[in-house]
Design a protein around this ligand. Structure first.
Ligand code: CAA
Ligand code: NAD
Length: 295
């Protein structure tokens, strides 16, 4: 058996934003030794606070009316987690590195190229990208057989799915280790090929973009579209609430990448309204305003 087929015990997560902090939480809660990396102490302090807040919601359900058990659980999960700013040092003992940084191919390639030189040979690399081909990111490394995609969903502690993506070069051992990791953190996994948006985003992002275009055409207000899709189609959030929740910057990064790759595909066409909001710094819930204001 090759070393990459061993169960994953130590995980390094690069990027501690919405997704990285959620992935860190579920990995630590399932007993993995987790290191989370971001660019500054201020950012990782914020991530640590957000993980503790999210764990606070989890324990309310897990141990209702038992504040001692709640505190013990949170302390135990947090003891599996360390947060730091040095990515290179953090990968030296990792079985698995999960990247959850900004949705930009060049930035992801620079990161993986530097990590590839420092990580042990058995270490598996995975990207949580929403939309960038895994093979394009993997091309910055010399471990194409130990590279795949692990696509989690926001909010990670609640959403039950992980898409596991393989490129033609991903080995069977790597794919199986990634699937096992997804299951070990309590998720249901689906197998995906390295196609644009995999399964969920290939369907969800064109839907969110068409909702924005519908409003741009003056056919309805965002509030009415959201109400319609929640009450008429049973979605937990309408497309404008969901875009704000995902982050309008991330939504724009996704659509920009697809427009560039397939300029003639009408499903991937641009939205002036989305571009304007992002240019104004209105990125959704995380910045305090997007399609809607947040306090
Ligand atoms: N951490 C821990 N628990 C959380 C949480 C978090 N961050 N957010 C919500 N919860 C828990 C709450 O504590 C609550 O638990 P109980 O049922 O035990 O009370 C439960 O989840 C429901 O939360 P709320 O009552 O606050 O609110 P809600 O019922 O409106 O649900 C939601 C919130 C789960 C986010 C729901 O609105 C939802 O499912 N929205 C759609 C999310 C979605 O589609 N995500 C995918 C986005 S696309 C993506 O991620 C891929 C990409 O690449 C862009
Ligand atoms: P985010 O903006 O909340 O967080 C990104 C984090 O990465 C930030 O804290 C930033 O400081 C950090 N970062 C950027 N460059 C870095 C570097 N070189 N080294 C270390 N840290 C760095 O973004 P997010 O929503 O968490 O998205 C992260 C990734 O996950 C993206 O690829 C995105 O497409 C994907 N994704 C997002 C969602 C979503 O709903 N937001 C869902 C699934 C997948």
């Amino acid at each position: 058996m090759s070393s990459s087929a061993q169960p994953i015990k130590t995980v390094t997560i690069i990027g501690s934003g919405l997704m990285g902090s959620g992935i860190a939480q579920v990995a630590a809660a399932s007993g993995h030794k987790v290191t989370v990396v971001d660019q500054s102490q201020e950012i990782i302090d914020k991530a640590s606070a957000s993980i503790q807040k999210s764990l606070g919601r989890v324990v309310k359900k897990k141990f209702p009316d038992d504040s001692k058990a709640q505190q013990t659980y949170i302390a135990d999960v947090m003891s599996h987690l360390s947060l730091q700013t040095d990515a290179v040092a953090a990968v030296k003992s990792a079985d698995l590195v999960i990247e959850a940084i900004v949705e930009n191919l060049d930035v992801k390639k620079i990161l993986f190229s530097s990590l590839d030189k420092e990580a042990p040979s058995h270490t598996i690399f995975a990207s949580n990208t929403s939309s960038i081909p895994i093979k394009d990111i993997a091309s910055s490394t010399s471990r194409l057989d130990r590279f795949g995609g692990l696509h989690f969903f926001n909010p990670v502690p609640v959403m039950k799915l992980v898409e596991v993506i393989r490129t033609p070069e991903t080995s069977d051992e790597t794919f199986s280790a990634l699937e096992s990791f997804g299951k070990a953190v309590g998720k249901t996994t689906v197998q995906c090929k390295d196609t644009p948006g995999f399964i969920v985003n290939r369907l969800l992002v064109p839907y969110m973009m068409e909702a924005i275009r519908l409003v741009e055409r003056g056919e309805a207000t965002p509030r009415d579209v959201d109400t319609a899709m929640k009450l008429g189609a049973g979605y937990p959030m309408g497309p404008f609430e969901l875009s704000d929740y995902v982050g309008l910057d991330t939504t724009k990064f996704i659509i920009d990448g697809w427009t560039e790759r397939e300029p003639n595909n009408p499903l991937f066409s641009q939205s002036e309204l989305l571009n304007k909001l992002v240019a104004e710094g209105k990125l959704g819930v995380k910045s305090g305003e997007g399609f809607y204001p947040y306090n």
